[in-house]
Design a protein around this ligand. Structure first.
Ligand SMILES: Nc1ncnc2c1ncn2[C@@H]1O[C@H](COP(=O)(O)OP(=O)(O)OC[C@H]2O[C@@H]([n+]3cccc(C(=O)O)c3)[C@H](O)[C@@H]2O)[C@@H](O)[C@H]1O
Ligand SMILES: Nc1ncnc2c1ncn2[C@@H]1O[C@H](COP(=O)(O)OP(=O)(O)OP(=O)(O)O)[C@@H](O)[C@H]1O
Ligand SMILES: NC(=O)CC[C@H](N)C(=O)O
Length: 703
């Protein structure tokens, strides 16, 4: 197992290749195909798809029925097949082929000197500009025919090879999880495309050989179809259209290429190119496999289609690829923040939704109870600030005065002037009811009653010292809620829950309704920025919110000595940048820790590379080495397992992100006494730290 090998990390490299077309000149087209195929091979591509009828040219009309053309096509396929012996990828090319007494519009799947399968187009457009039924036959629904033709080649003893003719899923046996299904252009435009059945039979990558002429607006239609096909079939969909050189007698061609994976665009090629273009992307086979594992309805649907009287399942056959195992890079963008999109419009939309999910969640709870007051401990930090502006909006929407929010600042031994001032200003400007209660006398009393060394003058700031303060704050807030007929609004976020960074029970883990539990820390700052930018509150509230965004994240539980930096949360539990990254891939994707580290290195190794979310401060653009990534991931895993007990007992609160919730009722169930050992061992083994080289991956795990 090579840590930096994409094929060992569950990816497969695919290419959508558009080439210059030479209409009715199969020999020249074969050379164009081979030129691009060599490049794909050098780049470690596993599957390369070319346009529909690229061997003959698509728009050649009645020339399709000429024997010179059809003989030339077979000779060209023979040439490609022979030359493919030295090439890595499975090549899928389009050609008109005589089978029996008719002509078929086919995809020919070629690998290492053999034709793996010939898949005929099932849906022939014969409307508007298309006239395919004039030339081509619709294949019979019964599959399983074999064809024997000289261009299929022969073995060493001269025995001729035959090939499957019909819909087929091609399993790449030594790239677990890579199974290729085929659509040919119009096949994608019908309600039940062949690719849907191929996906239900196990295909994870669908290739579409297309010769869709370009008219205004059609590229967007294709994008919609490819994107939705990939999302609905849980596949990567690799689309490739004919381009430069196709006949412009009555039409024009743009050579559009794109790769979508489960609705996400991985790569897209230049349109109207002046030569061959390879659109290359690394498909995450683990993601597809994991999604089908957890979304059981996918397989249920396959059962429905496999039932008697329904479509027969698409047959599968296997090839072996022997892909490169070294470091060939990663042809895929890995976002630094899986919970936070970089695209400004998408980020704004996500923030709008997240904020409204939180606000409407609290609104419903307040209405259901019968207009209780909302009691909040406001520290001047990010979480309680956000909870406060969620509560303020909920009160506005309920038509109740903001004074029904009872905000308390509860300074302890380490509360700084800055957070306290921010908290005070924010409450004043929002117009909520506000009071300060100093918890230090009660905390002193409790520490003395406990006979804590600090009470006897020692410099001992342990967990008990911290939790006495967090606990007393909670005690005050709950009793204030009783006293004023209110409920305590919980402020803790999703990242803190993942790490167990809260005080259990009599502490900030508990509340009557927790508005932030579904929001990761890396998202909270953007939410607050969005609240300011979208003018949810007055300009003067916005000013304080921006000042709060600038404050270092600290629990303020241990006093700062002169000349020392204040207690830093991230120094204790790791950068939230990395911890949210791990959280997403563990929770939503179920990935191995080694794969998470591999992805994190691609996302975080270089602060200059790739994009950052809009508004992300330049001075906070961090980078992390693989060593740092692994160090903090280890800590994450230990804390994530050890703190499940805090999650099994969390208060109610809405799920916000599709990436996951940690509520045992919402989206995450796990034992509160499980061990992280196996997860830690997997990480150690991969990096060769301590436990020696990693065991080779078991075969067939993905099937
Ligand atoms: N699986 C399990 N099932 C049942 N009980 C389990 C348990 N594992 C530990 N325990 C028990 O739980 C207790 C430990 O949990 P707990 O009392 O919560 O204490 P603990 O997790 O040790 O400490 C809380 C940490 O959160 C930090 N904190 C607190 C408050 C706010 C913030 C913030 O910045 O937002 C941070 C604080 O600085 C401290 O480091 C122990 O008594 C332990 O024996
Ligand atoms: N000085 C304080 N006054 C009032 N409430 C406080 C104070 N300190 C902490 N709290 C309450 O305890 C919660 C957790 O506190 P802490 O500051 O340790 O964590 P945090 O997650 O960084 O939250 P925040 O970003 O709101 O500070 C806060 O959200 C707040 O509700
Ligand atoms: N060649 C084809 O099958 C093209 C048909 C497709 N519906 C299109 O409009 O692009």
């Amino acid at each position: 197992m090579e840590f930096r090998s994409i094929y060992d990390q569950g990816f497969a490299r695919v290419a959508a290749v558009t080439i210059p077309s030479h209409p009715a000149q199969p020999a020249r087209n074969a050379e164009e195909i081979l030129l691009a195929a060599h490049e794909c091979s050098e780049r470690g591509v596993a599957v390369a798809v070319f346009p529909e009828l690229c061997v003959s040219g698509y728009a050649i009309d009645d020339l399709l029925l000429q024997d010179v053309l059809l003989d030339g096509v077979e000779a060209a396929l023979d040439r490609i097949r022979e030359a493919s012996r030295d090439l890595l990828p499975l090549l899928v090319v389009g050609a008109p082929l005589r089978v029996g007494s008719r002509l078929y519009n086919c995809a020919v799947a070629i690998h290492r000197g053999r034709v793996a399968a010939v898949v005929p187009k099932q849906h022939l457009p014969t409307y508007r500009e298309f006239y395919e039924k004039r030339y081509f036959a619709v294949p019979a629904p019964s599959t399983g025919t074999r064809i024997e033709r000289p261009w299929l080649g022969a073995d060493e003893a001269g025995r001729p090879f035959s090939a499957r003719f019909g819909a087929t899923v091609i399993d790449v046996e030594d790239v677990p999880g890579l199974a290729v299904g085929i659509d040919i252009c119009e096949d994608m435009w019908v309600p039940v495309p062949p690719s849907s059945l191929a996906a239900l039979a196990g295909a994870t990558v669908i290739v579409n050989l297309s010769a869709s002429p370009i008219t205004v607006g059609r590229a967007e239609d294709r994008r919609l179809l490819v994107r939705s096909a990939s999302a609905r079939t849980n596949t990567a969909y690799v689309y490739c259209a004919a381009g430069q050189g196709e006949s412009t007698t009555d039409l024009s061609w743009d050579g559009q290429t794109m790769v979508y994976e489960m609705g996400d665009l991985l790569a897209e090629g230049e349109r109207f190119p002046d030569g061959a273009r390879l659109t290359v992307a690394d498909v995450d086979l683990d993601r597809l496999r994991q999604e089908r594992l957890r979304q059981g309805s996918f397989d249920d649907n396959a059962q429905t289609f496999g039932a008697p009287g329904s479509w027969p399942p698409v047959p599968r056959l296997g090839i072996r690829l022997d892909p490169p195992r070294g470091d060939i890079g990663l042809e895929r963008v890995v976002d630094r923040f899986p919970f936070v999109p970089d695209d400004p419009e998408r980020l704004s939309q996500d923030c709008y939704e997240a904020y409204n999910i939180q606000v409407s969640g609290l609104e419903k709870r307040l209405r259901a109870i019968g207009a209780p007051k909302a009691v909040i401990g406001v520290s001047g930090g990010l979480d309680s600030t956000h909870a406060l502006i969620v509560a303020a909006k909920a009160m506005d929407r309920l038509g109740r005065p903001r004074s029904d929010i009872l905000a308390y600042t509860l300074p302890g031994f380490a509360t700084s002037e800055r957070t306290r001032t921010n908290a005070t200003l924010l409450c004043e400007r929002l117009g909520v009811s506000f009071e300060e209660i100093d918890i230090t006398p009660a905390a002193r009393q409790m520490l003395a009653d406990l006979r804590h060394p600090w009470a006897e003058g020692a410099d001992d700031y342990d967990v008990t010292f911290e939790n006495v303060q967090a606990g007393l704050r909670t005690d005050y807030l709950f009793r204030l809620a009783n006293h004023h007929s209110g409920i305590v609004i919980g402020t803790g976020d999703l990242s803190e829950l993942a790490l167990g960074w809260c005080t259990y029970g009599v502490g900030d883990q508990m509340s009557h309704y927790a508005v932030n539990t579904g929001v990761p820390k890396t998202m909270i700052q953007h939410l607050i920025r969005w609240v300011v930018a979208s003018g949810q509150f007055s300009g003067e509230v916005g000013e304080v919110l921006l000042s709060i965004l600038d404050t270092e994240i600290t629990p303020e539980l241990i006093p700062t000595k002169p000349g020392e930096a204040p207690q830093s949360t991230e120094a204790s539990i790791g950068p939230y940048n990395l911890q949210d990254f791990t959280l997403y891939y563990l929770l939503r994707r179920g990935y191995r820790p080694s794969k998470i580290a591999f992805l994190a290195e691609h996302a975080w190794a270089d602060a200059e590379a790739g994009s950052w979310p809009t508004g992300f401060p330049a001075d906070k653009r961090a980078a992390y080495s693989l060593e740092e990534i692994v160090r903090w991931e280890r800590l994450f895993l230990r804390r994530f397992f050890a703190n499940q007990f805090k999650r099994t007992a969390i208060p109610n609160g809405p799920k916000v992100m599709a990436g996951g919730s940690l509520s045992p009722r919402g989206d995450w169930r796990m034992p509160a006494d499980a061990s992280a050992e196996e997860w830690l061992a997997e990480l150690e083994g991969i990096l060769g730290n301590g436990t020696g080289p990693a065991a080779p991956r078991a075969k067939g795990r993905w099937s």
